[in-house]
Design a protein. Structure first.
Length: 330
């Protein structure tokens, strides 16, 4: 395949390309399918993860618009806020992190890393990101009154522009696969706010491949994500001036693997998946996203969702710092 490149402003923040790595021990254990890992846990930016690729496009836009302070939001153990903070430190931009939840007694995992980067963190004990939006707007107007130029990045960087990072990931992946003569039947990833899946959906179409994107939700119901992902993908396609139609019914998302305690709380199946991958491949997944996505992949293999002989690429979206906050007693 000829290397397609995206005609969008972009700044280099990540270590790319990430490896595409066969997981033969895990594949042997699961039987009937071959699993590969796309190692987006190794993108850099204070310990890696999927948000780096999105930030290459989002922060290029912020710089183009002459922003001098970035504001973003996420949960207490947000990988997105940690990576945004790292990118801003690297670029010499000011950054404010508005985190959803109470200030914890001790700073572990992503919070610890944010602390080391001397992040300006504002804890807001709100129920939803709509409520967080009120605080964000207030901070934005204060900054403007001081003569600053703030730039807001929504939760997870999951807007059309951020999704360009995963269009690029898909193109990078197919380029690697073509060189190895590898046919990719399925691409499996964790879904938290939908930008990763949206970018992959656009990328598969631009590369004219038949690979099916399978998202495993870690928070919302699949009906919500089918809408969100198709909307973000459509926005992304129009930014790239690609004539694509991506409808909610074209999106595959499973919502059976969120776990009974919900978003951000480890599930039994997720912890088992983390242990299995660690013990067979020496690869470390995380309790909030990739562990639950892998639990979904394993269960779907057992249920025969993937045809025998399928090649499945699991996007390792990172998130490992959260392990050190959550799995102390496991
Ligand atoms: C944010 C995140 C995801 C989910 O990606 P979205 O684009 O928000 O759906 C998956 N894994 C990790 C580790 C993340 O931090």
């Amino acid at each position: 395949m000829r290397m397609i490149s995206l005609n969008m402003p972009r700044i280099k923040l990540c270590q790319l390309p990430t490896d595409l790595e066969p997981a033969s021990n895990l594949s042997e254990k699961l039987e009937n399918v071959t699993i590969y890992f796309k190692r987006d846990d190794n993108t850099g930016l204070a310990m890696g993860g999927n948000k780096g690729r999105k930030l290459e496009f989002l922060l290029a836009d912020a710089i183009k618009k002459e922003a001098d302070v970035i504001i973003t939001t996420g949960s207490i153990q947000s990988n997105h806020t940690r990576m945004t903070c790292a990118a801003c430190r690297k670029l010499g931009l000011d950054v404010i992190l508005v985190l959803k939840g109470k200030k914890p007694l001790s700073f572990q995992g992503n919070l610890l890393l944010e602390k080391l980067m001397n992040a300006d963190i504002r804890f807001v004990d709100a129920l939803s990101y709509d409520d967080i939006g009120i605080t964000v707007n207030y901070i934005m107007s204060e900054l403007k009154a001081e003569g600053k130029k703030p730039y807001f990045i929504p939760v997870g960087g999951s807007v059309g522009l951020g999704a360009c990072g995963y269009v690029d990931c898909a193109l990078e992946l197919f380029n690697q696969a073509d060189k190895q003569n590898l046919r990719i039947d399925y691409i499996v990833n964790a879904v938290g706010s939908g930008g990763t899946s949206a970018g992959l959906e656009v990328g598969v179409r631009l590369a004219k491949k038949n690979s099916k994107i399978v998202g495993i939700s870690v928070d919302a119901e699949k009906t919500v994500f089918k809408q969100d992902i198709s909307r973000i993908a459509q926005d992304c396609a129009s930014l790239l001036e690609a004539d694509l139609k991506i409808l909610p019914e074209d999106i595959t998302v499973f919502d059976e693997y969120i776990g009974e305690d919900g978003y951000g709380k480890p599930s039994r199946q997720g912890i088992e998946a983390i242990k299995l991958v660690a013990e067979t491949e020496g690869i470390i997944l995380d309790p909030v996203y990739s562990g639950k996505a892998m639990a979904g992949l394993i269960d779907l293999v057992k249920k025969g969702f993937f045809e025998k002989g399928s090649n499945i690429v699991f996007i390792h979206t990172g998130g490992t710092p959260a392990l050190f906050d959550m799995l102390v007693n496991n």
